[in-house]
Design a binder for this molecule. Sequence first.
Ligand code: SF4
Ligand code: SF4
Length: 459
Amino acid sequence: MSEISQNKEKASKQQFSVSRRGFLKTGVAAAAAGVMGAIAAPSKMANAASTSLSYQPAKGKWSKLRPEANYGGASVRSAEHNDQWLGTSKITGKVQKFDEQDGGFCLAIRGLLSEKAKYGYYQSGLRSPLATSNIIAINAISGPEMVDGPVSQERLPIPDPEQMSQHIKDLAYYLRADEVGIGKMPSYAYYASTMEPTQGAFASGMVSKDATITKRPVTASLPNVIVVAVEQHLETYLASTGYDGIAVSQSTRCYHASANIAVMMAQYIRILGYNARAQHFGNYEAVMGPCLIAAGMGELTRTGDCVAHPRFGFRSKVAAITTDLPLALDKPIDFGMLDFCRVCKKCADECPSKAITLDPDPVPYNGYLRWNTDSKKCTEFRCSNEEGVSCGRCIKVCPWSSKEDSWFHEAGIWIGSQGQAASKLLKSIDDMFGYGTEVIDKYKWWLEWPEFYKIQMPS
Ligand code: SF4
Ligand code: SF4
């Protein structure tokens, strides 16, 4: 039986003896909270307690539109950013920059995975009409004139860095970002070179699959990075297996939304008289993982290079603006993700390609410690999956990523950030209620054409 079929069987068996909605409504949850109360007071039940538990940013650093950082109830501490640490990721040696063409979907495009993966990626658009629509819109804002451009000769008067950071965060929220952070740009977060044509151009079918691929060296080194995240739609994940027809659109919709925000913010900053370059799916010059950590927006997870935010896990897509605008910087954060991933392993159990490691600890990789997850296996599956298009099963099942907003969720998240013993408890509760693996039909809104999922191979 294939991994997908096994997962489907597992999901269908999970007609829980206890419905979690019923559970929440009937107030049995209160009893559970009583048990958990021995460990912690959940935030919505005890706001006074949560205030003292949350990280308090420096005055003026957070936006007027969102005066307090929203960590979804997690207990968050600030972490280091120096030569030995990037947040909670230990730097063990020289982190080498790499060529964009040597990572992720670019390997499939270059034919370095299977033939099926190459054709599958190239036909991503044809196989999902909605994703194509998103990608074509991304391509329209991916050219060099959209991500970068001339800087005004005259610098407009701006507030001091702390007030400017607040303004930039307000702007990001105003433009509909779900989260924003500002960090010191790690030099190794830049690619050594980018790939042309872009991966988006291949995915949308705008260029031939046999188009000549070239490398363009990246020479930029702006000191600051503003990172914006747009959440993937929660209810859609709750109704999806994570690898069905909507999976690819969950990504592309957020790539487009975050790209739009980054392009507008970069343009705005250039009009103020400072250098600013938008970094987005259609034209990244930088790897987003280290930028996210530097900007205080999360920690590395068992999935490898995915970075989880305490409120929405890695259920988001991200764009950034690299800039020399004077800004007050956020610090990396620590909410206990490392400990949680050590005991959880839910994504590894549920991954249809078995790409995610079950190792007990992160291992050295390119000068830092990360979980030994096989990104090639993941990419191969995402490009070749014919039961849908792409995959986000790990996002769907992660206890940090896909929960409906409730005090019960916040209670769990707070517990989960309290070390390994507490993490085990949250993992057990998560499993008991079938969180993550359920498929909730009432939220299913999209249309599917499964006949399109089949990859057309040359005869
Ligand atoms: S996206 Fe990749 S790593 Fe995540 S569950 Fe799917 S195949 Fe596995
Ligand atoms: S599912 Fe569990 S192990 Fe995987 S990233 Fe989420 S918390 Fe970590």
